[in-house]
Design a protein around this ligand. Sequence first.
Ligand SMILES: Cc1cc2nc3c(=O)[nH]c(=O)nc-3n(C[C@H](O)[C@H](O)[C@H](O)COP(=O)(O)OP(=O)(O)OC[C@H]3O[C@@H](n4cnc5c(N)ncnc54)[C@H](O)[C@@H]3O)c2cc1C
Length: 509
Amino acid sequence: MILDAEIKAQLAQYLQLMENDIVLKVSAGDDQVSRDMLALVDELATMSSKIKVEKTRLERTPSFSVNRIGEDTGVTFAGVPLGHEFTSLVLALLQVSGRPPKVDQAVIDQIKNIKGTYHFESYVSLTCHNCPDVVQALNVMSVLNPNISHTMIDGAAFKDEVEQKGIMAVPTVFLNGEPFASGRMSLEEILAKLGSTPDASAFAEKEPFDVLVVGGGPAGATAAIYAARKGIRTGIVAERFGGQILDTLGIENFISVKYTEGPKLAASLEEHVKHYNVDIMNLQRAKRLEKKDLIEVELENGAVLKSKTVILATGARWRNLGVPGEAEFKNKGVAYCPHCDGPLFEGKHVAVIGGGNSGIEAAIDLAGIAKHVTVLEFAPELKADAVLQDRLYSLPNVTVIKNAQTKEITGTDKVNGITYIDRATGEEHHIELQGVFVQIGLVPNTEWLEGVVERNRFGEIIVDKRGATNVPGVFAAGDCTDSAYKQIIISMGSGATAALGAFDYLIRN
Ligand SMILES: Cc1cc2nc3c(=O)[nH]c(=O)nc-3n(C[C@H](O)[C@H](O)[C@H](O)COP(=O)(O)OP(=O)(O)OC[C@H]3O[C@@H](n4cnc5c(N)ncnc54)[C@H](O)[C@@H]3O)c2cc1C
């Protein structure tokens, strides 16, 4: 039995929601993955009379497609979609059977109107928490538009193909055989990348806002909700709604919720914001802020939004090392997300740069997958908590090098080594390895505010206890500010503070 009793019980409930018959067309061989896939497919068929199974030959073996009766839908799974992809499989079964996807009608219309033929292939790992969003988005597109098809490929089951295509990060998506995108993407982002995005004219008619929030992470979402609850005209512009939590796996300190996962929390945030009358402008990046009578925020697409107050909540992003080879080999061996990309380095030698909590957590995780992990720490000592260090040092396949200044990441078409300088002796060393995980902290997304809003030497926006900046009417919240600690709950608290501060300002001015 490939599914345990608990999962089977849940699955049985979902399968009852199927609307019409579907057929799984299965391409299997004699290998173990084929056997596991057949076991899964047979188990599904025994659980619902609406699921038929046919043997066939598909482009990849082992794989199976999920189809309406008499019509190929274009949704294919190559490998066994268990782990994080099990939900993708369940949703595909339901949606192909006729159950409508949970997507706005406007987006459904947008997908149905896409012209041209698009065949997507997404390479995933079953432990990647960013992958299901991409797989599910591409499956929804395939289900809704007959000219779109999508194959999810488990990299672990198709190692040669992954190697040959030089894929070293998941999810990696190919479109019609050409590289299309890498990393987590929402359905809206994929549609935008296909050229289906609102341009500046869609913003031209917007009335000035009372509160315009820039940033859609925990701080921005909270600020928008607090502002909207005051009944004032509220807008939110976000480059990527959800922010850093989209890249976070387990969250255990979001008080009152014992455990949740980042993408789930991001979806709840969005749902909560949508519950109010907030103008959400997702996938839009602000590039200029200017205080005139009103405050103007210019977007990358050229549109200029006006507002009486602005709350800056642009958060932070991974800090780059800034050494030769880092940008060149990004996604070709240089990675930032161990949970996502770790499985692609199975049996390989990797380095983790950074000996803080995130670096040591990454090294511990990677030691379970990779052949060997070398931790490079710039300082003479690791900064991670003692309990993490103890775990790290108990592992047999980890080396820690302190006082190490990374000089270069080397490679040809992908990473083949790292060069560092021993800061104690000045000697240069080279280690041959296949992957480098950079874990050296975060930088605030505030460069675009230089000379406009006062920032400290780390680039963090300086705020007072009401969240106000030095520019009247401009407030800030969350990781982009000089708050002492950067956490979800702290960002939310400061988002609330900034919104209340902005409301007070509106009353007084
Ligand atoms: C791997 C990882 C694990 C973590 N784990 C935890 C944890 O377990 N618990 C915890 O409490 N915290 C955790 N954190 C920290 C937590 O995620 C952050 O403190 C929190 O997300 C900060 O929220 P924010 O809204 O200030 O910024 P962000 O989450 O960074 O959001 C910023 C928003 O602004 C947008 N943006 C940026 N620039 C622009 C622009 N120019 N125009 C428009 N929009 C823009 C972004 O797209 C995004 O929507 C973790 C962080 C990471 C990276």
